[in-house]
Structures are given as C-alpha cells and as structure tokens.
Design a protein around this ligand. Structure first.
Ligand code: NAD
Ligand code: ZN
Length: 340
C-alpha cells in the first residue's frame, strides 16, 4: 500500500510502499479516505529537535483521518465492516489508574499514531477498536478528517464556563481559530484572538472572533478598552506555545481568571508567577482530547449549527502531498486535507 513516511533522518516526507498493517484480535482495519496535515506532521517534516528525539525512522506519519472499516478483529464488538469512522490517535494502556477511572486522556503510557507507531497517512490504518469513533451520516468526511485538532479546540475551550465570559485566545493557528468559533457558539461575549499572521487573523474573523489582533502592531489593552472591558479577561486559551504570548495573557487576565494551556513551548519558559499568585489564576494543562466525551461534543456542536468548514482552506490528492506540506509550512493556510 501507498504511505507517506519519514524515511530518512533529514528534512522531508516521502511517498513509500509498505505492507498492509496486521489486524490484531482487538483491532479494526480502516481504509483511509481523507487525512489532514497537523502541525506535528510539519515538525516531523522539518526534522526539528523534538522530532529527532521522538520519531524512529522509518515511520509512517499522520494521525488525522476519516475512513471506512474494512476488517474487524475477532474480539471486536460494536463495529462492523463498512462503518465510517475517525479515531483517537492516542493509544492508551487500559490498566493505569487514570485509564481504569475512565480518564484515558491522562493515561501515563500513551502511544501516538504516526509518532510512535505507524500512522494514518497510508491506504490502510490498523488501530484498537476502542480508539475508533463511529460517525453519524450528517458529519461530512471533511469535518471528520479534522476531528483530532477540532477535539483539541473543543476540549480546551470547554474546560471552563464560557457563557457571557470574555475570552482571550493567543495563537490563531487552526486550533485557536476553531476554539474561537466554539467559544462564540456556546455563548461567550467577546472572543479576542491574537497572532502575528494576517492570513490567519482574517480566517479567525470569518469564524466568529469578535476581534483579531496582530500583536506586532496592535496593543491588547487598547483593544480591551475599545470593547469596553474594564477589568480583564475571564478565560484565556493559550494556543500558540510562544512565551511572549503567555506573558501578555497573564498580564490581561482578570483576578480569578482561568487559563487552559494547549500550546507547546519550544523549551523551558519563564513565567511571572506573581501574576498567577496575586490574581488567583487557575491554570490547566491540556493534552489531547477526552476519550470520548470530547468526540460526542464535537458531533453535537456541529449538529447544533456550529460551522467551522471555512477552516479547511486547501485540498489535494495524496500524490500532490508536497504541495500540501509546502502550503502548511508557509503559514498561509488553515487545515490542509489530503485525499487518498
Ligand atoms: P500553529 O503552529 O498552526 O499555531 C500557532 C499560531 O501561533 C501560529 O498561527 C503563529 O503564527 C501564532 N503565533 C506566533 N507568535 C505569536 C504571538 N506572539 N502571539 C500570538 N500568536 C502567535 O499550531 P496549531 O496546530 O493551531 O496548534 C496550536 C498549538 O497547540 C501549537 O503550539 C501546537 O504544538 C499545540 N498542540 C498541543 C496539543 C496538546 O495536546 N497539548 C495538541 C495539538 C497541538
Ligand atoms: Zn493508561
């Protein structure tokens, strides 16, 4: 079968041929229809320090997908051949305390599809059936192919009560933009999003952000006063991983504000802890999505009228994957889909 793989320890992703994956007793084999390129795949493409320390070469990459079940292991219940599914790229152990308590997103022994084991950029993907998520007919293939990052946005955004609240999102990457749309949909008042990339700030406005602020030439406190915000933000969603963004967020939070941190800083990051302490801030780290509460909520949000479709800005046939990676790397895109 055709795959996209990290075949060599240097910049790039290559199209390769590989054996169809084995299907264990508890697994399902999924024929992939569409995949989406994640920021993580771009890190792997670039062969940055994190990738060099994490990815064994060769490795089939990718973890955002939609497809159809073609084979089910003999112990599998609840899934049938022909089911249209997306799925969780975090494979959890099932025996640690958190897994056993139903908090699989906090598993201590997580493996990543397309990171630690063969990924979804392939004609076929084998994953444990418990990781597959059956899709209702009214969820399009395009939407389903981005459930992984949409799930990051939903899990982060719904960490705190948003109704009537003023929300600051730092980082208008695809996840930050989808989070802005979710916040508005569930009833936040002002949703201010920051970035340094005009293309993405425009996209954020299209998806419902109240105000999209380019921090290169606009002042956040000025924007707050224009919006009539006299105290500070109630909720902060950190979705850039950029230390200066975190710093500016801490400064403009109201006392008692709540922050969810999704963005991954490149290394140790200095924090003005006095802001946290004297403001009585609550800070929550976010990893992945809740299995599978977030997945049900994604479906319900879309079924209740949330429209995030403009976040998909480009679609390519998989043979043109290089164009997809180039546009992702340029920053002039939302989500980029590859059709298999
Ligand atoms: P992305 O890299 O596309 O988005 C980050 C955005 O931050 C970019 O648009 C960039 O221009 C912007 N940015 C740069 N400097 C900024 C500044 N000073 N102020 C505000 N914004 C600035 O990434 P994404 O795919 O949308 O993901 C968002 C973040 O979440 C990334 O850091 C990613 O690594 C991380 N992530 C974490 C998890 C998790 O489970 N914790 C999962 C997926 C992604
Ligand atoms: Zn576990």
């Amino acid at each position: 079968m055709k795959t996209l793989a990290k075949s060599y320890p240097k910049e790039g992703i290559w199209m390769e041929q590989a054996e169809r994956p084995q299907v264990g007793h508890n697994d399902v084999l999924i024929k992939i229809k569409k995949t989406a390129i994640c920021g993580t795949d771009v890190h792997i493409y670039n062969w940055d320090e994190w990738s060099q320390n994490t990815i064994p070469v060769p490795m089939t990459v990718g973890h955002e997908f939609v497809g159809v079940i073609e084979e089910v292991g003999q112990e599998v219940q609840g899934f049938n051949i022909g089911d249209r599914v997306s799925g969780e790229g975090h494979i959890t152990c099932g025996y640690c305390r958190n897994c056993r308590a139903g908090r699989r997103h906090l598993c201590r022994n997580t493996y990543g599809v397309g990171v630690d084991r063969p990924g979804a950029f392939a004609e076929y993907l084998s994953i444990p059936a418990v990781n597959a998520f059956k899709l209702p007919d009214d969820i399009s293939d395009d939407m389903a192919s981005i459930f992984d990052p949409f799930g990051n946005a939903v899990h982060t955004a719904l960490s705190f009560d948003l109704v009537g609240e003023d929300v600051l999102i730092t980082g208008a990457g695809p996840i930050g933009i989808m989070a802005a749309a979710v916040c508005r949909h569930v009833g936040a008042r002002h949703v201010v999003i920051t970035d340094v990339n005009e293309y993405r700030l425009d996209l954020a406005k299209q998806l419902g952000a109240t105000k999209a602020v380019n921090v290169v030439d606009e002042d956040l406190e000025q924007v707050m006063s224009e919006l009539g915000m006299t105290e500070g933000f109630d909720v902060g969603l950190e979705m850039s991983g950029v230390p200066s963004a975190v710093k500016s967020m801490l400064k403009v939070m109201n006392n008692g504000g709540k922050i969810a941190m999704l963005g991954i800083p490149p290394s140790d990051m200095a924090v003005d802890w006095n802001q946290v302490i004297f403001k009585g801030l609550h800070i929550k780290g976010i990893y992945g999505r809740e299995m599978f509460e977030t997945w049900y909520k994604m479906v319900s949000l879309l079924q209740s009228g949330l429209d995030i479709s403009p976040i998909i800005t480009h679609q390519f046939k998989v043979d043109e994957f290089q164009k997809g990676f180039d546009i992702m790397r340029s920053g002039q895109s939302g989500k980029v889909i590859l059709e298999w």
